[in-house]
Design a protein. Structure first.
Length: 557
């Protein structure tokens, strides 16, 4: 039997029973997403319930292990973990994440390897063992457990938990075969604690208040803030705030939220959000017709396109302290010698990326960058349908129904005389079977980008005819007409619907659940600030300072 399994059997039924409880508990407490709760306000501004036991994502597991064990970098083993079920844009919906049997085995294998490695590495061991341990083995065991285990559980231990782990530490040499009793004790406690449900999951049980809502406790808020803004466990200062009882006040929460957002450790979180929302993975393995597009490199463009997008997002959100308006309208980007020709830029460029200004009559923001345009195009032609679908789903959050089964492909233009817009209009435009979504929502959004070819280069003709980029989109606040991508970008930034979409996506990311009907008023408040020019960081701050972040409905168990 493995060390970890022996250790778990010694710790006793309490931890194992908790694993079963957490794995099976839905956490809905009788309230589904968006349902009303008398303690939470009206139907439009109600607290939305969610699981009480959100599991760490694979990325959070990696980051937490890194910070808990004070490693130089994350272990880098989660790529082999059992894949989580699909169902959310960002992969962190706590209502969907469970420790399945397969994932439990993956974690066991990874943790046992880590425990063995650290126990045999004096430098690594010294980072997590309190300096100057003295006294008998009981004293040394208590010193280590007191210093380590509560950080792994992200809360104070109960006396019973402390006693169990001390007893387990003392059996380290017998369970591991290590002669050094401290190294053996560390190994067996580490491999046990990192497989505990109190490490794998965050608990958000809270305390019921007079108004009927449940407020998260200090240590629960510390973890909620840290995982929302840093994607890892709390640091020492955040733990200190929890110990000082300052995370149950709005002032205390705001102070720590501002500190976390201003720290460089928030930058990967902002980058990850945009990479997933804007689907940077779609840049992978883009093939283009070498005869038609000789400037498109045969290899390496996936990394080039991703680097451009990542540097652009960082420039907007971190350096310039901008937000959605700038993401959709900024007329600059970052290019190297492979990208510059596709933008029609002259001058000397090398392999390193540098910031350049683009023609403001042609380019505006992410949606006119090579990555988005080339990823949503075929090897030879533009693809207004996929460009339009992306914008409807990711930028506007339009409610598109799923496509019907057995949709016939776009008919070929054997004569080569029709523009792409003419072909699509004939097949899916008004007065056709595709007139519903395609003719009114998908096509109008996609046609705004017909001045960009299959690799994102600017063009004025298609099959010898002038490109037509004029169209009208039926926004919630009324139809808007535009001519081309630059005008369309300005229209998008002036629409409340678009800012609600961006805000709603940030809510899903920061709150770790899908948005619901009860979030409507909250999203509208924050989206109004975004529309007025609030930065992305300010938008995130507003979301975590909302009551919905620190409280939940009082119903349920």
């Amino acid at each position: 039997m493995s060390t970890a399994l022996v250790a778990l059997s010694i710790v006793g039924a309490a931890a194992v029973g908790c694993t079963g409880m957490i794995g099976d508990e839905s956490g809905t407490g009788g309230f589904g997403p968006g349902s009303e709760n008398p303690g939470g306000g009206s139907a439009k501004d109600a607290l939305v319930d969610s699981t009480r036991f959100p599991r760490l994502t694979h990325a959070q597991w990696e980051n937490t292990v890194r910070d808990l064990l004070k490693l130089a970098s994350a272990p880098g083993v989660s790529s082999s973990f059992t894949t989580d079920p699909p169902g959310s844009t960002f992969g962190n919906d706590g209502n969907l994440l469970k420790v399945t049997p397969g994932l439990w085995g993956d974690h066991q294998k990874a943790v046992e390897a880590l425990g063995d490695k650290i126990a045999k590495d004096s430098v690594a061991l010294a980072k997590i063992v309190p300096a100057g341990l003295t006294g008998d083995l009981d004293a040394k065991a208590k010193a280590f457990v007191d210093a380590f285990a509560w950080r792994a559980y992200r809360r104070p231990l109960t006396p019973e938990e402390t006693a169990e782990l001390i007893a387990l530490f003392k059996q380290g040499p017998a369970l591991t075969g290590l002669a050094d009793p401290v190294a053996g004790g560390v190994q067996v406690v580490l491999t046990t604690v990192l497989q505990s449900p109190f490490f794998e999951y965050r608990t958000e049980l809270g305390e019921k208040k007079e108004d009927g809502t449940v407020a998260l406790g200090n240590f629960e808020m510390a973890s909620r803030l840290s995982y929302a803004l840093w994607n890892t466990m709390p640091d020492d200062e955040l733990f200190a705030a929890a110990k000082d009882n300052s995370l149950v006040t709005n002032e205390g929460i705001e102070k720590q939220a501002r500190r976390l957002l201003d720290d460089k450790r928030a930058e990967p979180m902002i980058a990850d959000f945009h990479a997933k929302l804007l689907d940077f993975d779609h840049f992978n393995s883009l093939n283009k017709d070498a005869t038609l597009f000789p400037q498109w490199p045969a290899t390496g463009m996936d990394r080039v396109l991703r680097t451009e997008a990542e540097m652009f997002v960082r420039e907007v959100t971190i350096t310039q302290k901008g937000g959605l308006n700038q993401l959709l309208t900024a007329n600059y980007t970052f290019v190297n010698d492979q990208l510059a020709p596709l933008y029609g830029l002259t001058g000397t460029f090398g392999p390193d990326f540098k910031k350049v200004e683009l023609d403001p009559s042609q380019r505006a923001g992410f949606l006119t960058q090579i990555g988005f345009l080339a990823a949503n195009a075929s090897p030879r032609d533009t693809d207004p349908i996929h460009r339009g679908v992306f914008i409807n789903l990711k930028i506007i959050c339009a409610d598109l129904p799923p496509p019907p089964m057995n949709v016939p492909p776009l008919p070929k233009d054997d004569g080569g005389s029709k523009t792409m817009r003419e072909r699509i209009t004939a097949h899916t435009g008004k007065n056709t079977c595709g007139s519903g979504c395609h003719g009114t929502m998908i096509n109008p959004a996609g046609f705004a980008f017909e001045a960009f070819d299959a690799v994102g280069k600017w063009r004025t003709t298609d099959h010898g005819k002038p490109v037509n980029t004029v169209d009208t989109y039926p926004f919630v606040d009324g139809p808007q007409t535009y001519d081309g991508a630059v005008q369309f970008a300005k229209v998008l930034t002036a629409r409340p619907q678009v800012h609600k979409c961006y805000t709603g996506n940030w809510l899903e990311y920061a709150y770790g659940r899908q948005k619901a009907e009860g979030d409507a008023a909250l999203i509208e408040r924050v989206a109004t600030a975004s529309m007025s020019g609030a930065s992305t960081k300010d938008l995130i701050l507003k979301l975590v300072l909302e009551k919905s972040f620190s409280r939940r409905p009082g119903g349920g168990s």
